[in-house]
Design a protein around this ligand. Sequence first.
Ligand code: ATP
Length: 344
Amino acid sequence: MTLHLTNTAKTYPDGTRALLSTELTVKTGEIVSLLGPSGCGKTTLLRLIAGLETPDLGSAIWFDDDNVTALPVERRKVGMVFQSYALFPNTSVGANIGYGLKMQKLSKWEIGSRVTEVLEMCQLQKFSSRAITTLSGGQRQRVALARAIAPRPRLLLLDEPLSALDASLRETLRDELAILLREFQITAIFVTHDQDEAMAIADRVAVMADGRVVQSGTPEELYHNPNSSFVAGFVGNAMHLDGKSLGNVLTLMGGLLKLPSDGNAHNIYVRAEDVQINEDGPLIGQVETITFFGTHYRVGIKGIMPNLLTSIYTGQNAPKVGETVKVNIEPEALMLLSKEKVAA
Ligand code: ATP
């Protein structure tokens, strides 16, 4: 189903404007991630879609051609997965998954076959009769997901579903989740403040700040064409090249850099993978930190701008701490963004 929000906003009773007027469309089978710092309104937006919060007057939420704005949560038929699994602890995995189906008053046979189907899909067959209390965190999160999918919701809403898990499990489950959602062609909205998670799972990422969606696009679009300093910094950690630009030249502490166009009204950003340590480079700095990551080194260089400039180095002979290095940044790798700041 297609989700469509027009002019949707939320002001809490204490006057907090958690969500300003928002337009959002999520197409059938699309996976959209809401990404943004703490307090930017992600959960509020998700709860409005679920029907757990009432939006401000004038808001409209559509599920296909149904205006569901005034419809209570239980009639919206959305699946939800939250950070806290909210499972019945002493009940079996199978019973937890079948719970929503029982509420829908499906036949015993239908419940049995759907539970088996999602157990298989979530690789939980062998845990079917185990009590929730005997499962690990990752297994519990898989049960929560299976339970949300079993009633075949029109829309699946996930709020930081992986944040309680440790890093490696989080990554595995993240990839599994991406496969599962696509296999089932589930229209899904996924809230996270972790950019890697958003990029890995979503077809499209809506970046939020201060109660607004500030940019929405594919992970590639956001990474390569951020529309603001905020998005550039938040998605892919672009660094602000802190200097003075005059026409096509940027003057930094460590030298002059050619810009692709007039930089006067812009802040100039670059990503670490585009900062090249290169003997012919026009900038000079000194290595302050170096960290080995297996596939590459991360080199922190001082003296080029007030903050450290980070470079990704993939060669064999990495420079040493204290060494003087020359640095080049190709003009086309620079991102010129309007000086107007969206949020911090
Ligand atoms: P996080 O990543 O920390 O969960 P979030 O982006 O999901 O944050 P929300 O939970 O949507 O943010 O909150 C948005 C704003 O609304 C915050 O300033 C928050 O303090 C405020 N807020 C949330 N719930 C209420 C409430 N019931 N009453 C008043 N203000 C609220």
